[in-house]
Design a protein around this ligand. Structure first.
Ligand SMILES: [Zn+2]
Length: 237
C-alpha cells in the first residue's frame, strides 16, 4: 500500500512535467510552421555570441562557379580581387578577417555560412557583381533578409553611403531575393550574424568595368569603412 502510493505520487509529479515539455515542443513547432522563414531566422540567432573583432568577407562564386561574365571577364575573379583588398585594409585596422575563400576554389553556400558561424564573425559581407541583359544597367545594390533586420540594414546602408562618394549609381537596399519577395539569399538565411549581399556594380556595363578596375582600391576602402562604421554603431569597437 505504502509502496503503491509512493509510485502514484511519482507518476502524478512526472505527468505535468512531461505534458509541459510536450506542449513546449508543440509550441515551437507551431511557431516554426506558422512563422516560417522569419521564425527560423530568429531562432538560429539565439545564443549566438559574436567575436566583436572578427568579420567574414565572402568573395562571391569561385572555382567552377564563374558567376556573371562578360567575354573573358569573370565575376569570381573580380569579387576575389576586391575582397582581398577589403581584408587587407581591415586587418591593418586590427580586425580579424575570415575569408570564405582566398583563392579560385569551389566553396558551397552552406560551407560559406559554416565558416562565418564557426568563426563567430560579427558581420558577414558577400561581395558580388551584378549582370543584366541591358548593357546600360549600372550601379550598386545591397540585399538583406526579407525581415529587414536592424543591424543588417544598418550594415547595408553604411556600405552604400561609403561607396556613394565614389560616383556609383545608388540602387538602394533591397530585401528578400531578386526572383521572389518571399524568398531570401542563402547566405542571408543561414548566417547567424548580420549579413549583406553586396552587388557592387554591373559586370555587363563597360563603364562600370572601367571604374571597377580604376577605383578598386577606393571601393575596398569604402566597404571597409562601412563595415567599421557599423561595428562602431553596434558598439563593438
Ligand atoms: Zn554573384
Amino acid at each position: 500500500m505504502k509502496n503503491s502510493r509512493v509510485k502514484n505520487n511519482g507518476k502524478s509529479f512526472l505527468f505535468p512535467i512531461i505534458a509541459l515539455f510536450s506542449l513546449s515542443i508543440c509550441a515551437v513547432l507551431a511557431l516554426v510552421l506558422v512563422g516560417g522563414e522569419e521564425v527560423i531566422y530568429e531562432l538560429q540567432q539565439l545564443n549566438f555570441v559574436p567575436d566583436e573583432k572578427t568579420v567574414c568577407i565572402d568573395p562571391g562564386h569561385g572555382g567552377s562557379s564563374s558567376g556573371a561574365t562578360l567575354g573573358s571577364r569573370l565575376e569570381k575573379d573580380d569579387t576575389l580581387r576586391l575582397s582581398l583588398l577589403v581584408r587587407d585594409i581591415l586587418e591593418e585596422r586590427g580586425y580579424t578577417v575570415v575569408m570564405t575563400r582566398d583563392n579560385d576554389s569551389d566553396v558551397s553556400l552552406a560551407d560559406r555560412c559554416k565558416i562565418a558561424n564557426k568563426a563567430r564573425a560579427s558581420l558577414f559581407v558577400s561581395i558580388h557583381r551584378n549582370s543584366s541583359t541591358s548593357p546600360d544597367a549600372t550601379g550598386m545594390e545591397m540585399w538583406v533578409h526579407s525581415s529587414n533586420p536592424t543591424d543588417d540594414t544598418l550594415l547595408a546602408q553604411n556600405i552604400l553611403d561609403c561607396l556613394d562618394t565614389l560616383d556609383i549609381t545608388n540602387r538602394g537596399i533591397h530585401s528578400g531575393y531578386r526572383d521572389g519577395a518571399d524568398m531570401n539569399y542563402y547566405i542571408n538565411r543561414h548566417t547567424k550574424m548580420p549579413s549583406v549581399l553586396a552587388e557592387i556594380d554591373f559586370i555587363s556595363n563597360k563603364t562600370d568595368n572601367k571604374n571597377y578596375d580604376k577605383n578598386i582600391e577606393k571601393y575596398a576602402k569604402a566597404i571597409a569603412d562601412g563595415i567599421e562604421l557599423t561595428l562602431k554603431e553596434m558598439h563593438y569597437s
